[in-house]
Design a protein around this ligand. Structure first.
Ligand SMILES: [Zn+2]
Length: 259
């Protein structure tokens, strides 16, 4: 007889440390009973969730596309949001690939199939054909960005972030705010060379004209999805998501404990 894994009440998220096997995408070692905890809520996971989510990538997907354990409830909750995010990206982008998706590709087909998505997309398009993102839609983009950072953090630091520890700082269109401007806006004082003790503001203004602050990008799918973690203000960590060279999202989370 096959014994089913025991269901336990999850311990607080910060007590759960899971080592991930990136080859199969499943946790090999878990301090949480026999089952794998959901990476987002901590309850037992019955499925896997792709991270970064496929809605932020393009086919053919990268070969090392990782999955992390997730429960059905979180998986379902995110799938609707992901469809919306994919439609938003296709509607606000000036990238050729995405404009094709919108005209007759995957996104156009998804909208045809889904009356709710169709109504929301049409509702956000003005008489001049411009797409105006509503607050509700922005909330969905935020949720997908936050869970993406939870997944990326999990992959990089092998630690879970509680949902309440992840906060979107800004979502910008790269035609308005560049990725470099976002880095300058959110990087902490430690990222700046310490030349003078009291001339920080002046130094900052001068450097802003001189050059860019370098951050370590992981170019997951070139031109489509890259991300960088860097030190932000108030001892926090910032994760910047560059989505299709179209949107740039800054997400704040706690710094990983030093090992
Ligand atoms: Zn869950």
């Amino acid at each position: 007889m096959i014994q089913r894994p025991r269901r336990l009440t999850p311990p607080p998220l910060e007590q759960m440390i899971v080592v991930m096997n990136t080859r199969r995408g499943l946790s090999k070692l878990s301090l949480f009973g026999n089952g794998f905890p959901c990476s987002y809520c901590g309850f037992p996971a019955e499925s896997d969730d792709h991270t970064p989510p496929r809605c932020l990538l393009q086919k053919p997907y990268p070969k090392n596309l990782a999955t992390i354990p997730a429960c059905h409830k979180c998986n379902e909750r995110f799938s609707e949001d992901e469809e919306v995010v994919e439609a938003v990206l296709a509607h606000v982008s000036f990238e050729e690939d995405l404009m094709r998706e919108r005209r007759g590709g995957k996104v156009a087909r998804a909208i045809d199939r889904n009356p709710k998505l169709k109504a929301s997309t049409e509702g956000q398009t003005d008489e001049n054909g411009r797409f105006r993102v509503t607050k509700k839609t922005l909330g969905k983009v935020s949720r997908v960005a936050e869970k993406t950072v939870q997944g990326l953090y999990f992959r990089r630091y092998e630690r879970m972030l509680a949902p309440q520890d992840v906060t979107v700082l800004a979502i910008e269109h790269q035609h308005q705010v560049s990725v470099d401007q976002m880095i300058k806006q959110f990087c902490g004082p430690e990222s700046w060379p310490d030349v003078t003790r009291d001339g920080k503001a002046l130094e900052r203004a001068a450097l802003a004209h001189l050059g860019d602050i370098k951050v370590d990008w992981e170019d997951y799918q070139p031109g489509v999805f890259r991300f960088a973690f860097f030190k932000g203000r108030r001892s926090r960590l910032v994760c910047l998501l560059d989505l299709h060279q179209t949107l740039v999202v800054a997400v704040e989370c706690p710094r990983p404990p030093s090992r």
